[in-house]
Design a protein around this ligand. Structure first.
Ligand code: NAP
Ligand code: F7E
Length: 319
């Protein structure tokens, strides 16, 4: 049985990856940070099939001890401060978790067992003010937030440990991926949750920031499969994972409201406080390498994703 350690298992991607690897017959271990209340909502349904351990990306010794105890074959480093606006409010903490935390994880692997395969959750936010359209593995980075800058560090330290110590380390450059398990502060879930609340008479208005921003949105369940595929290759490499399509926040609103039989202009207002100090205007990925080398393709369209998220939120409020 293959043993896996997932950091960030309580997050959106961690929960889908745990589901996916349990189906593959893995012995799944998750790392969580200590909290006064548990944040296990997304993994409640598999709680008795996985093993949870406490450790923190900020604490080097806790990572070394954890890897010695679990003896994983694969590690997926998904833990991070992942909400872009917070990275301007807590830039130093963001760097400590999202950037230096990756080095701590890689150092623990180097010290305990260099044969462990490592996946780093890199991000399309590294492309920021895009230098090429569409963005691919060779596109230069130009991050536009402390979060994006931290992810660039995490990406290059992963490449560096691969080249310095021959560790099987992959950086997955994933474009935005969403689901009914997405945190409600991210724009897609903020919209679908509001659509459901408005439809059920629980809310009157939805306030958003920049409606013109364009993102390449995919379904998280499809993207965790790509993470696993990267670690099953002969050679460790970096891959862009994206749909190759882009849509604006405005289009997302139109589609989500109309799926519930509502006209979006009747409910959406603008709040300038939600506009970011520096915006990423356009993201669109080129997943050709993942198609050709991994055989990976997204299995859900943009329309299916929006409908799925609205339907789940509607069902929840109706119940
Ligand atoms: P998420 O829902 O925000 O989950 C983040 C996870 O990290 C949570 O489990 C959180 O634990 C954990 N965490 C944060 N700080 C930690 C620390 N110091 N020690 C231990 N655990 C810590 O994020 P996601 O959407 O699943 O994304 C997963 C990863 O992919 C992140 O690294 C994100 O930056 C990256 N990424 C995401 C996307 C996307 O579109 N979703 C795209 C590209 C890259 P708590 O439950 O305790 O908060
Ligand atoms: O914003 C605009 C906002 O917060 C998307 C993270 O998973 O994906 C995510 O980062 C766009 C931005 O995601 C609101 O200005 C308008 O242009 O959903 P988001 P993100 O910043 O793209 C990347 C790949 C990651 O790696 C990150 O971890 O939507 N927008 N109005 C808004 N955004 C939010 N959150 N709230 C609004 O009211």
């Amino acid at each position: 049985m293959t043993t896996v350690l997932i950091t960030g298992i309580t997050g959106q991607d961690g929960s889908y990856l745990a589901d996916f690897l349990l189906d593959k017959g893995y012995d799944v271990h998750g790392m969580v940070r200590r909290s006064s209340t548990e944040t296990f909502l997304r993994i409640e349904h598999i709680r008795d099939r996985i093993t949870i351990h406490q450790a923190d990306l900020l604490d080097q010794l806790s990572l070394i001890n954890l890897i010695e105890k679990v003896q994983p074959d694969e590690i997926y480093n998904l833990a991070a401060m992942s909400f872009v606006p917070t990275s301007w409010v807590q830039p130093v903490l963001t760097a400590e978790f999202t950037a230096v935390g990756v080095t701590k994880m890689l150092e623990a692997i180097r010290l305990v067992n260099k044969k462990i395969k490592f996946y780093q959750a890199s991000s399309s936010e590294m492309f920021g003010k895009v230098q090429e359209v569409p963005q691919r593995e060779t596109t230069p980075f130009y991050p536009r937030s402390p979060y994006g800058v931290a992810k660039v560090y995490g990406h290059f330290i992963t490449v560096n440990y691969r080249e310095s110590y021959d560790i099987f380390a992959c950086s997955g450059i994933l474009f935005n991926h969403e689901s009914p398990r997405r945190g409600k502060e991210f724009v897609t879930r903020k919209i679908t949750d509001a659509v459901a609340r408005i439809k059920c008479g629980l809310q009157d208005k939805l306030y958003l920031g920049n409606l013109d921003a364009k993102r390449d949105w995919g379904y998280a369940g499809d993207y965790v499969k790509a993470m696993w595929m990267m670690l099953q290759q002969e050679k460790s490499e970096d891959y862009v994972i994206a749909t190759g399509e882009t849509h604006s926040v405005r289009e997302f609103c139109e589609k989500a409201f109309s799926h519930a039989g509502l006209e979006w202009q009747d409910y959406v207002g603008l709040d300038p406080r939600l506009v970011r100090p520096a915006e990423v205007d356009l993201l669109i990925g080129d997943p050709t390498k993942a198609h050709n080398r991994l055989g990976w393709h997204p299995e859900h369209t943009f329309g299916e994703l929006v409908d799925m998220m609205v339907d789940e939120d509607l069902n929840r409020y109706r119940q």
